[in-house]
Design a protein. Structure first.
Length: 576
């Protein structure tokens, strides 16, 4: 790509690099080896969530170097920095998971502060873990500087005695081991082969769901989100992203030109069509909130309701992200949705072209069965369903991808637990009955605090062979790897006095993913009477980051956000 000459009179970095008063600032840049020419070029933040916490992030530093080469080739000066991540696979099943959703806000805030403090003109964001993806996209639309998103790529599938496996199989193996259906030796062998490379969890769990979103919402280059982390083609995508962000500066195309109401609808559509994670119903409203678009859980659920489920991906299906990439990638999925009227083709993307223009030369691959044509779906409705009723006035969400139609209704007596640990212990001891509805409460955004995921519990149930014989509801969340009738995001949460807090053991709960309802067989008068006796619970977190989060976080229906978003803006960083 040919290098351009940029006029910095309207770019944020002019406050750091231009004019006699900025001589001290420039001296810092000279100290890092920059030339006069580089100092007076646009400064591009290259942010990554690189760390050594998990394989999801371990390749991001290498990929960031490729981004920087692209920025340099197109006449910019890259400035690399890192932000945190909390990796769900390691935080899962213990108190560490309370840090996970909180980290999304810290990621967005830290990227914002770094960009603001140093007056960078554009952003290329690289992310690997579940919360880093939405956190990075939230920062992009909040700052509204020209931006390109890069996913670090998925892990390769493991192989266990000839069978393709993911970390989901390992969580479920814990349940098998607990009832004697797997030996300790087999469990040891499985854990050593389940995760064979760098990259995020390989199936359509939260990371790959939000990676799919990044292309569908228009912030990522076509095909870039599907390539596994170890594939060398990732470096080509990264270099192109560095070049492309310079084009966006030149054309003044910004994230809020891209992330519109229609783009958010496109994103929700690909989540449903791919049987993606219920966490998308939390992250899409949060991204929308940053740019002042009303798009809550019920808006997401309406799109889920009318979208066909077409990608046969784990955990409900047979394939992993690598398989979809090799038969045509996310554009293949989006092409058939566009052709059959499920996507808005007129949305702008980071290529500088519309979604329809990007899809113009994508050919349907009839020699594969990973993605079905949108007019011949696996099921006519999306793989994720919104629920509402007297038990969830602010809604709830359930992933139904891969579930048989006869399993989409469930009624049973409540078994109530006020934290995940007590419920997991009940499951471990198999001290429950077929037909029970587990209720895990006080795990919501404020009550947890942090809205933990419950994969350890749900996977253990499947490992015991009981995954489709019980149901589970929570004001917390579920991993994208969760399967079975598991309802999350129940709102209002228990800590706010929601109906879920009023449940008692034995109350009959009715769940219907066909009608989209979630009710307890109690009258309004009975619920009101119980509410009079209810008292808020205290948590173990009276200070620190979790306490601070609990003071400001809002409901799951609105994305569990912690600030007013665009509604409270007096100016946007990009316009300073």
């Amino acid at each position: 790509m040919q290098s351009r000459v940029f006029d910095k009179k309207k770019l944020p970095s002019r406050y750091v690099t231009e004019g006699p008063a900025r001589a001290p600032h420039r001296s810092y840049l000279y100290a890092m080896g920059l030339t006069r020419e580089q100092i007076h070029q646009p400064l591009v933040g290259v942010a990554s969530s690189w760390n050594e916490a998990a394989p999801c992030n371990i390749s991001l530093m290498r990929q960031a170097q490729a981004v920087k080469r692209g920025v340099v080739a197109a006449g910019g000066t890259p400035r690399e920095f890192c932000t945190i991540t909390v990796t769900d696979g390691i935080a899962m099943g213990h108190q560490g998971m309370k840090s996970s959703l909180v980290s999304r806000e810290v990621i967005a805030d830290s990227v914002e502060l770094t960009m603001r403090g140093h007056c960078y003109d554009a952003l290329v964001g690289l992310a690997g873990c579940d919360k880093a993806l939405p956190g990075m996209m939230m920062a992009m639309v909040r700052l509204n500087v020209p931006s390109v998103f890069i996913y670090g790529g998925s892990i390769l599938p493991g192989s266990f005695r000839g069978q393709q496996v993911t970390v989901q199989d390992l969580f479920e193996a814990v349940g098998k081991h607990s009832v004697g259906d797997m030996s300790s030796e087999d469990l040891d062998e499985l854990e050593s082969v389940a995760c064979p490379s760098a990259g995020a969890c390989g199936a359509q769990f939260t990371a790959n769901t939000m990676a799919t979103v990044s292309e569908a919402i228009g912030l990522a280059l076509p095909y870039s989100a599907g390539a596994p982390a170890p594939y060398e083609i990732r470096d080509r995508f990264c270099m192109t992203a560095g070049e492309m962000v310079m084009e966006l500066i030149a054309k003044n195309i910004r994230p809020r030109d891209i992330v519109t109401r229609k783009a958010l609808e496109n994103a929700a559509t690909v989540v449903a069509a791919s049987g993606g994670s219920t966490n998308a119903a939390l992250h899409l409203p949060a991204i929308a909130h940053e740019c002042g678009i009303k798009f809550d859980l019920f808006d997401v659920a309406e799109i889920f309701k009318r979208t066909p489920y077409i990608a046969d991906l784990k955990p409900g299906g047979r394939y992993v992200a690598k398989d979809m990439f090799e038969v045509g990638g996310i554009p293949l999925l989006m092409k058939t949705l566009l052709d059959h009227g499920f996507l808005h083709g007129d949305c702008m993307t980071v290529t500088g072209r519309t979604m329809a223009e990007n899809m113009e030369h994508v050919k349907w691959n009839g020699d594969q069965d990973v993605v079905r044509p949108a007019n011949k779906p696996l099921s006519p409705n999306g793989g994720v369903v919104g629920l509402r009723g007297n038990l969830a006035p602010e809604g709830a969400i359930v992933k139904v991808a891969g579930m048989a139609t006869e399993k989409l209704k469930f009624s049973g007596p409540a078994r109530c637990f006020d934290n995940e640990e007590d419920c997991f212990e009940c499951v471990r001891k198999k001290a429950y009955n077929e037909g029970d509805v587990f209720v895990i409460r006080y795990e919501g955004p404020r009550g947890g605090p942090g809205m933990r995921e419950m994969l350890s519990t749900t996977a253990a149930l499947y490992g015991q062979g009981m995954g489709d014989k019980v149901a589970l509801i929570t004001d917390g969340r579920f991993s994208g790897a969760t399967r079975g009738f598991c309802v999350g995001h129940v709102g209002p949460e228990a800590a706010m006095g929601g109906p879920i807090a009023m449940l008692r053991d034995g109350d009959i709960i009715d769940l219907d993913a066909i009608a989209g309802t979630m009710n307890v067989r109690l009258s309004e008068a009975e619920l009101a009477a119980r509410a009079k006796d209810w008292k808020p619970r205290t948590t173990d977190h009276g200070s620190g980051a979790l306490w601070k989060y609990a003071q400001t976080v809002g409901s799951a229906m609105q994305g569990a956000v912690t600030h007013p978003g665009q509604a409270g803006e007096t100016h946007v960083f990009a316009d300073i």
